[in-house]
Design a protein around this ligand. Structure first.
Ligand code: KDG
Length: 318
């Protein structure tokens, strides 16, 4: 296990990404990438200045070697990556400027989904400033869910992104996971309105306050509702702040934008920023990330995110 202390530790599954700028049809070109929400988050955390490690199972083959090399190139420590038997998890995506498409998955039984509590090194987790896990990891297998639960219980500060994926789980199952993890969670980052309403069983008329009340009622300490082009809403210690959006100069693909926000946020709170400042930078980083194709197609640096954060859109401007 790596020695030394990490600001951020992310656990989950890294996926091979096949991304098309066109449709899916025989003979069309695709772009090979490495992504998955865990890597998207870790890359963003590294970009935002945190010493970041990734805990994931990656197959022991040539593609796995290239994947691990890319993780390192993204500035993420790979010493906690477990090289294992089994196959890669893959997802197919298309450049998605509107952020509306579902992915096609080829991941059932993948090596990454076999992450288990035994893989979660107690010392590594306890020493990290912030540990990040997601609903995707909890949905891919019972053992990965147990790994996330163990890490959340050991973490000094656990950040949970529900990342509800209807092709991986049901709203009911995702709600049960949220209920179990909520009391262990320092910050939860659901997207608003769709994901939060679905997870919390709220109807169309429910507003942000109801979502915050419901999440706080489950035992979460801090709530960040991510509102895409609407910025974010932060609830902490009974105070609610609205973080304005940052205009994206160029939108190619929204895949991984939410992960970029979460990773940046995790990095900045680990490094001592207030939650609101961390979210402000996360919103700015997410607005930059959409200019690249794929989940890690563009990972902003801290300097780039800081510059973008100065260009918030005033409230009320469509
Ligand atoms: O948030 C983007 C991720 O959903 C994407 O990178 C693929 O991790 C992925 C998943 O499991 O859907």
């Amino acid at each position: 296990m790596p020695d030394g202390r990490f600001d951020v530790l992310v656990l989950g599954e890294v996926l091979v990404e096949l991304s098309s700028s066109d449709g899916w049809a025989d003979g069309r070109p695709v772009r090979l990438g490495f992504s998955g929400d865990a890597l998207n988050v870790a890359a963003a955390a590294g970009g935002a200045g945190a010493r970041t490690a990734l805990l994931a199972r990656v197959p022991q083959d040539e593609l796995g070697d290239a994947l691990v090399a890319r993780v390192a190139e993204l500035g993420v420590d790979t010493r906690a990556v477990i090289r294992a038997g089994g196959q890669h998890g893959v997802y197919l995506t298309r450049a998605d400027p509107a952020g509306e498409r579902h992915f096609v998955y080829v991941r059932h039984g993948s090596a990454g989904s076999q992450l288990s509590p035994e893989d979660v090194d107690e010392e590594l987790v306890r020493s990290a400033g912030v540990v990040v896990g997601s609903g995707i990891a909890c949905a891919v297998s019972a053992s990965a869910y147990a790994a996330v639960t163990r890490a959340a219980g050991l973490a000094r500060a656990f950040v949970y992104d529900p990342n509800l994926r209807p092709r991986l789980t049901t709203a009911e199952a995702a709600r049960a996971v949220l209920q179990e993890l909520a009391p262990l969670t320092h910050v939860v980052t659901p997207s608003w309105p769709g994901e939060a309403r679905t997870l919390l069983g709220l109807d169309e008329a429910a507003g942000e306050e109801e979502a915050i009340t419901a999440l706080s009622g489950l035992g979460v300490r801090n709530v960040v509702l991510t509102c895409g082009p609407g910025g974010a809403v932060v609830s902490s210690g009974g105070v609610v702040d609205r973080v304005p959006a940052v205009q994206a100069a160029r939108v190619v693909d929204q895949t991984g934008a939410g992960d970029c926000l979460t990773g940046t946020l995790a990095a900045r709170i680990a490094l001592g920023d207030s939650l609101v400042d961390a979210v402000r930078l996360g919103v700015a980083a997410a607005s930059l990330s959409v200019q690249g194709q794929g989940g890690t197609g563009f990972v902003p640096s801290l300097a780039q995110s800081r510059t973008a954060a100065r260009q918030t859109i005033p409230e009320g401007v469509p």
